[in-house]
Design a protein around this ligand. Sequence first.
Ligand code: FE2
Ligand code: FE2
Length: 364
Amino acid sequence: MADILPPNMLNERPRTPAGLLSNQEKDRLIERGFLGLYRWYTARSQETRNWNPDRSFDWRHMNQNLPPEVITIIQGFFAVEQYAPDFTSNLVNLVRRSHGRSHFQLRWGSEEEKHADAWENAVLFSGQRSPAWIAEYKDRLRSQTWELPFPDAIHNLVYTVFQERATQLNYLNMMKIAQGRSEKPHLRGVTDPVLAKVAQTIAVDEAAHYNFFLEGVRMYLYYYPERTLEAIKNVISQFSMPAATLVPNWQEFYETVYRAGIYGPRDFSRDVMQVAFRNLGIESRKALEEGIRKTREVPDFEGGNFKTTAIWDTFDYGAVEGDVRRLHVKIQDYEKGIGFDLYDPTEFVENPEVPKKPGQAADD
Ligand SMILES: [Fe+2]
Ligand SMILES: [Fe+2]
């Protein structure tokens, strides 16, 4: 059709080639996915993770003789988590037009706020910091504001995937120390069942957060592979834990965490990046960078979306499609339980740009 149009009419052709989803339609599908996921998440959060930072722990029986390193670490955990209002307000603002995402961020914020209160209780009941010291510390932290690490929604979404997984890992390793399972000589023999329960309870929340954001990134990866892979590449190239520039004596905290065997660059690479990559069908950082480089070499013809042909080799799109389908089945089951399906069920719509695996029927 293009070759019979006079040149001055070329701009009037529809930007979306026939048979492909428009960006508007993709955005609508992603929004529906987020909305369904958010409602499922909220119900599950209330049913299974409805703990309270004061009442759920036997604070009076916290170990009063924890080593100073452990106190430094708990204090740092508290410092990061107490920026929950900044994290939440910034993220809500960024995604305020999306019902599913903005309401989720409120729910998420209410969970992060519990983490801050639980860690503050742990600092207090350790008996090693006075209430006056804690008040002053908090005042110092609150005099600064946490800002978004990236200007746009997709980069921040990707960032939170890595950040939630890293946080979960930090807390699981703290739990291990409090259970007396540390391999480090200076922490051997430390036990505190109260602290172990706090770390474990919060780690379970962080795992749920990780999963929510991961499902979101999968949807973006499925409908917008190129810009999502770019965002992943950018985020991992400059990843650091939130509030690293705001917390006083961050370096001391970071080194203590590292020496305790809780978290360091190797843990990030092996237990954060590789895990998230596996969950996103990306083989390795090298494969990701290589794929993006190859995609850039393919010319972008006349506004068509031909560039995406090379991008599909960068990740396991079949696995990601399977995950997005499974997410929709989970949402549909939830909606059937309520009766939403009678009015407006969330449907999975295939992205027609996704190449077919050999042997798969075109309209399968
Ligand atoms: Fe948290
Ligand atoms: Fe979290």
